[in-house]
Ligand binder design. Sequence first.
Ligand code: NAP
Length: 295
Amino acid sequence: MSLRVLQFGTTGQVGLELLRQAPAHDVAVTALSRAQADLADPAACAAGVRELRPDLVVLAAAYTAVDLAETETALARTVNAQTPGAIAAACAEVGAAMVTFSTDYVFAGDKGSPYVEDDPVGPPNAYGLTKLEGERAVLAACPRALVLRTSWVVSAHGKNFVKTMLRLAGEGNPLNVVDDQFGRPTAAADLAAFVLSQAPRLAAAPAGDPLFGVHHFANAGEVSWRGFAQGVFEIALGAQAPEVGAIATADRPSPARRPLRGTLDTRRLEQVYGVTPRPWREALAEIVADLKAQA
Ligand SMILES: NC(=O)c1ccc[n+]([C@@H]2O[C@H](COP(=O)([O-])OP(=O)(O)OC[C@H]3O[C@@H](n4cnc5c(N)ncnc54)[C@H](OP(=O)(O)O)[C@@H]3O)[C@@H](O)[C@H]2O)c1
């Protein structure tokens, strides 16, 4: 019998990729949209888990508006921490394993080298703080939960850096991109592929298994936003790639502070799961091909 998966979130980058790839796996997915399960309502979301009694819950929805979270912190906290905690408690009750996503923004970004899972946290903004609270709430409530921290998520869907850069290049204006923030771009498709391929193991693993707890997943290769933009243009536009000027974070003030180097070290995941995330350029080439096919 197929593994029964309950997915929260159907329209985001990761949610869409999960839905797109699920047919290639032996899973029966029930996916709840915002209209069916609003994460602003913890009790309703937890009730969804109790009703469906799945083998695995994947929480692909979150409050992701990083700058707005500075002012909408109460809502961000409910969506990113309280509700994930309530879902995790319901998972523990019905015997479901759980996967949720977190962020490099739980780190201050001043370590000077890539972050491992047990490094001290220090979120530089409200979004990162609510996601950290979510990690803690989930792990406290459900012993069979995987918290997958990731970074710089991109895809051919939704709002993301790749699409924004290509739009700006199309407008033909001079481009200046931040060159002093570093991280690891991650394809939503690779996150989805990882979760779906590991779903049977997660659903079968007992509490205490090293599969659970916090793991880092990001495509391989550290780059600045400017370097990432240059990669996007090289792959998408080849000889027509525009020049990309360098600016500093301080030149582009934003409501939420960003970590300068929140780069995630993924070696724990590579050892425990036996999976090595591929280089970001490879994943990006597929996204660009996807975008061209859509055009
Ligand atoms: N994007 C990144 O760069 C990044 C980096 C690190 C970690 N992450 C984490 O990775 C996960 C997936 O991110 P993503 O990029 O796929 O996010 P995304 O594209 O911004 O999508 C967010 C999803 O959450 C849903 N959502 C928001 N508020 C909701 C609510 N109150 N009730 C129900 N659904 C709600 C959205 O639904 P609507 O379409 O209805 O708004 C959408 O489906 C998140 O946990 C995020 O924190 C993302």
